[in-house]
Design a binder for this molecule. Structure first.
Ligand code: PMP
Length: 431
């Protein structure tokens, strides 16, 4: 069993300088406490205790190519020699833009940013400017960044969330002014009638959603749902925004919009777009996107299109070939199926749902979840024990049940993982 004593010691001592020892709240609260890593290689992370750990966080989903893709590293080294930040344009950003626009169905034009949270803001601002309306409709369990005007109902306690057919907005953090939710409405996802009814009031600027729900669970849209939402948006003059920060380049080369064949008006990407380098993009209809240039809608950012990140992005995108998806999907499917079998054999009641390169394991469920409220009934404490048992065996997974797979998680790594899964499942199974 692996030990994490040195990580614990460092976190405790460095908390003197860094609040909680971490630089994102999402790194707190893990079973063994936050870990401190020295380096990553392929599918592995190496920590200060000398452990080699198979990593299924994959940079919170960013690292579709694993921890050290040679082409990306070389591109970064070459570019950094040429300077750091021009505060002007450079050929690399245009090449990067061309690649995304040729690849993503909704991308007639784009703007780059540095994080998913900020391009979500840009998308909402654009939709409000284009429609002259204020309300953005979001969905329970969907996350679009940590800013005050959108961090609502991302993982609400059901006791606070109101009735399912008329949910109320629940804040995600202390310090969020209640009036910052005035421009939002929340609905349950995967319920087309609810969207149609809300949009028919004619005051909604945008519908903003993860086109497959991946922050909580890994839930596909019901057949016809995305098409129906799109039709309702068109009927009532509402902008449809897909948040593809997780799904982009993970549910296939064209993201959820390509996979489900529904083209939104705007969409946002981050995470896997540059395999872990801080790049985000807002893409969409030319008439909307041109409002940044000529329509009085402001979009800024000192670090936007930073050349090193652009070079990383180009190299990442070049590696995301059909062969890449075929190969890594085969690993993901093997792992997902093996997981299902291992949990069943150990007598653990669980649902394994989702996609090839991103799936979710929910304990204590007899049927797959269709929305946040179904999922909220899962056995989270039981899964957290499983995640801890896995980490002790050298496999690192998110406690919320998400598994991110990369092209480096080959058959050998999947075998090692499944061995750990079988042992961990036995450890936590009801006796
Ligand atoms: N949207 C989604 C769907 C996300 O998963 C995330 C990050 N987990 C964000 C937006 C925010 O992205 P970032 O952390 O880069 O600000």
């Amino acid at each position: 069993m692996l030990k994490f004593d040195e990580s614990a010691r460092i976190i405790a001592s460095e908390s003197r300088y860094v609040s909680g020892g971490v630089n994102s709240n999402f790194r707190l609260g893990m079973g063994h406490g936050p870990l401190v890593f020295t380096h990553g290689q392929g599918p592995y992370l190496f920590d200060v205790d000398g452990n080699r750990i198979i990593d299924y966080y994959c940079g919170m989903g960013a690292m579709v190519l694993g921890h050290s893709p040679a082409g990306v590293l070389q591109a970064v080294k070459d570019q950094v020699e040429k300077g750091i930040l021009y505060a002007g344009q450079s050929p690399v950003e245009y090449e990067a833009a061309r690649i995304i626009c040729e690849r993503i169905p909704s991308a007639e034009r784009l703007r780059f940013g540095s994080s998913g949270s900020e391009v979500a803001q840009a998308a909402m601002r654009l939709a409000r400017a284009a429609t002259g309306r204020r309300t953005v409709v979001k969905f329970e369990g969907h996350y679009h960044g940590w800013f005050d005007n959108i961090l609502w109902s991302t993982a609400p306690a059901l006791a606070d969330a109101g009735p399912g057919d008329d949910p109320v907005l629940v804040s995600g953090s202390k310090g969020q002014p209640r009036e910052d939710s005035d421009g939002l409405d929340v609905l349950q996802w995967n319920d087309l009638a609810a969207v149609e009814a809300r949009l028919s009031r004619g005051d909604v600027a945008a519908v903003l959603m993860e086109a497959a729900m991946c922050n909580q669970g890994a839930i596909a849209p019901m057949p016809g749902y995305l098409e129906g939402v799109q039709a309702a948006c068109r009927k009532y003059g509402t902008i449809l925004i897909f948040d593809e920060v997780i799904t982009g380049f993970r549910l296939g080369g064209q993201g959820a919009q390509g996979r489900f064949d529904v083209t939104p008006d705007l969409s946002i990407f981050a995470k896997a777009i540059a395999n872990g380098f801080p790049v985000a993009a807002i893409v969409g209809r030319a008439d909307l996107m041109d409002m940044f240039a000529t329509g009085g809608v402001l979009h800024g950012g000192t670090f936007n299109s930073q050349p090193v990140t652009m070079a990383a992005m180009i190299a990442t995108q070049k590696a995301l070939t059909p062969e890449h998806y075929e190969k890594s999907s085969a690993y993901g499917v093997r792992l997902r199926n093996g997981m299902r079998d291992a949990l069943a054999e150990a007598g653990v009641r669980a649902q394994v749902t989702g996609f090839e390169l991103m799936f979710h394991v929910a304990f204590g469920m007899d049927a797959p979840a269709r929305n946040y409220r179904n999922l909220a009934g899962s056995d989270k404490a039981g899964y957290a024990r499983f995640a801890k048992a896995l980490l002790s065996r050298g496999v690192r997974v998110l406690e919320r049940g998400a598994w991110f797979v990369s092209s480096e998680h080959d058959d050998d790594v999947v075998d090692q993982t499944l061995e750990a899964v079988r042992a961990a499942a036995k450890e936590v199974a009801p006796t």
